[in-house]
Write a protein that binds this ligand. Structure first.
Ligand code: TRP
Length: 333
């Protein structure tokens, strides 16, 4: 069976761009019976960002609750990285056989170095932690631990998956066929949502619509989405409209086609905003309720994650024993 695996860094709560780009397709895949789906909360990865402990914990709860509320198949393997000790164990073994030069080329590290250079810092590595530098190795361990074939990720993560593949190849070459070579899966017809200001919706632009924000705030944010100064009745270009793109990401193809018509007829921006709000609100009302219920029941979420970890460890514990043996960490005699 094809194994599909992806990790979610536990920083902040998801926004509707994350929902459309990652959560919704992952939830759909979790209901297919021809794929083995592994989804996990990458809480060790979140430490790289140096966030404060309370935020790490709160974000873990919010993200777990979001995925469950969005309809994740309870039969998929949904776990917290830190509940699977074989992952950091494998990460160390991989660290010992990964060229430093490979890590030097990682985009996130290079961006941090560039920033230091742009600031005129004498030390190009100033303030850069080993966690950031080795981040792709931990990610490789996440992926290789479960012999994932496909790794659905955003474009910014393709390089990391390719590095995991390189690392796996090198391991297999030295120690014998052990790991499946993973491939990044970048959704082609998956929408990249614009944010409030029309740029890509992203936490770093502070232009997001949080997924399970309450109804009143959702309305307020949608009313803030940028439009142009065209008057009601003037034909409008749907392909240059953040409101339309967001609508299209939620609506059916028929509804989207009908909305194109209304743009041609000159729908007023105010009306479009109200329509978009009502549409998204109707779509999210039920999962939002479930989300609130889960947030209020952290023990339940904890139990779900523990159960997921148990299932993950049924795979990782025996596989880790094989890996240890392959590298010569063995019982004596
Ligand atoms: N680095 C990924 C991100 O920032 C999260 C992640 C961690 C991940 N481990 C992974 C994704 C393994 C896919 C597979 O989005």
């Amino acid at each position: 069976m094809e194994v599909v695996l992806t990790g979610i860094t536990t920083t902040g709560a998801p926004h509707i761009g994350n929902y459309v780009g990652a959560i919704r397709p992952a939830v759909a895949a979790s209901h297919r019976d021809d794929v083995g789906a592994y989804y996990f909360l990458a809480d060790y990865h979140s430490l790289v960002k140096g966030s404060d402990p309370a935020k790490v914990a709160q974000s873990t709860l919010e993200i777990a609750a979001s995925w469950l509320a969005a309809g994740l198949n309870p039969d998929s393997v949904f776990y917290r990285q830190s509940d699977v000790p074989e992952i950091p164990e494998l990460a160390w073994i991989l660290t010992c056989m990964t060229a430093k030069g490979l890590m030097n080329r990682a985009h996130a590290y290079k961006a941090a170095v560039d920033e230091n250079e742009a600031r005129g810092n004498r030390d190009p590595d100033q303030g850069i932690m080993m966690g950031l530098f080795c981040y792709p190795i931990l990610m490789a361990a996440d992926i290789l631990m479960f012999n994932a074939h496909k790794v659905p990720v955003g474009k910014d993560q393709i390089q990391h998956v390719e590095m995991a593949r390189d690392i796996a190849q090198r391991f297999n070459h030295h120690f014998g066929e052990t790991f499946v070579l993973p491939e990044a899966q970048v959704g082609e017809n998956i929408a990249v949502l614009p944010g409030l200001d029309g740029r890509k919706m992203s936490k770093s632009y502070d232009n997001t619509i949080p997924l399970f924000i309450d109804e009143k705030k959702l309305r307020k944010l949608i009313m803030k989405i940028k439009t142009n100064s065209q008057e009601p009745g003037e034909p409008k270009d749907p392909d240059d409209s953040a409101l339309f793109s967001i609508y299209a990401a939620f609506a059916t193809p028929e509804e989207t086609a009908a909305m194109r018509e209304r743009y041609a007829e000159g729908i007023a921006w105010g009306e479009m905003k109200q329509t978009l709000f009502e549409y998204i609100n109707a779509h999210l009302a039920k999962p939002r309720e479930e989300y609130q219920r889960l947030l209020a029941a952290p023990d339940h979420v904890e139990a779900v994650l523990r159960q997921g970890a148990e299932r993950a460890r049924e795979i990782s514990a025996p596989f880790m024993a094989e890996i240890r043996d392959a590298v010569g960490i063995r019982a004596l005699g």
